[in-house]
Ligand binder design. Structure first.
Ligand SMILES: N[C@@H](CCC(=O)N[C@@H](CS)C(=O)NCC(=O)O)C(=O)O
Length: 201
């Protein structure tokens, strides 16, 4: 069965799109229109009740959560986008967990403050804090980059980090201030699979 990825342009689902393309997987795309709040439609909530992307529909069932999907791709597709030592895999997961639990959540405070508060003044306060919290994330990620890729060899953590680097300028954090992250973004965008995917977002 062909895999089906539900996604929206520029979102974290782009990491899964890039990983599928890197893996040479057979997949089809179902684009959601966030401007029309399609992620909250009954049809989509029947697929993913969380109303978020990415969602990957596989022969075994439906999978959500970027880390889980990326690791599943890394384990089931060829070439395996997973480092070959336990230490490198732990480092890969260390970064992916940070991206999901901290960097992505910091970013969400810009547009999605309604998840945490109802008061418009609180939304504005959350939005104002984003350049500071995303700069802290960029600093940790910059210091964390030891080589060309997150975990030694190219892995599914790299498309994930790539999407976050694409968000930084829009979050008020100049990517150019972080030389390793800046070079990483240029390096990953030079990969043919990543370039093919980037052109669609
Ligand atoms: N924990 C989820 C978060 C997914 C998520 O929040 N995706 C955003 C796009 S970057 C989304 O679907 N937002 C839709 C909304 O908040 O309505 C993951 O890592 O996959």
């Amino acid at each position: 069965m062909t895999l089906t990825l539900h996604l929206a342009p520029g979102t974290i689902a782009l990491a899964v799109h890039a990983a599928l393309e890197e893996a040479g997987a057979e997949y089809e795309l179902r684009w959601l229109d966030f401007t029309a709040a399609e992620q909250t439609s009954d049809a989509y909530l029947a697929i993913n009740p969380k109303g978020r992307v990415p969602t990957l529909v596989t022969a075994e069932g439906t999978l959500t959560e970027t880390i889980a999907i990326l690791e599943w791709i890394a384990e089931t597709q060829a070439p395996p986008l997973m480092p070959d030592t336990a230490w490198a895999r732990a480092r890969m997961r260390e970064t992916m967990t940070y991206l999901a639990s901290t960097a992505h959540v910091n970013h969400a405070h810009k547009m999605r403050g309604h998840r945490w508060a109802d008061d418009p003044a609180a939304h504005a306060a959350m939005r104002a804090k984003v350049p500071e919290t995303m700069a802290a994330s960029a600093r940790w990620l910059e210091d964390r980059m030891e080589g060309d890729w997150v975990a030694g060899s190219f892995s599914v953590a790299d498309p994930y980090l790539w999407v976050i680097t694409r968000w930084l300028d829009g979050d008020g954090v100049p990517l150019a201030d972080y030389p390793r992250l800046h070079a990483f973004r240029e390096r990953i965008e030079a990969r043919p699979a990543v370039a093919r995917v980037a052109a669609q977002h």
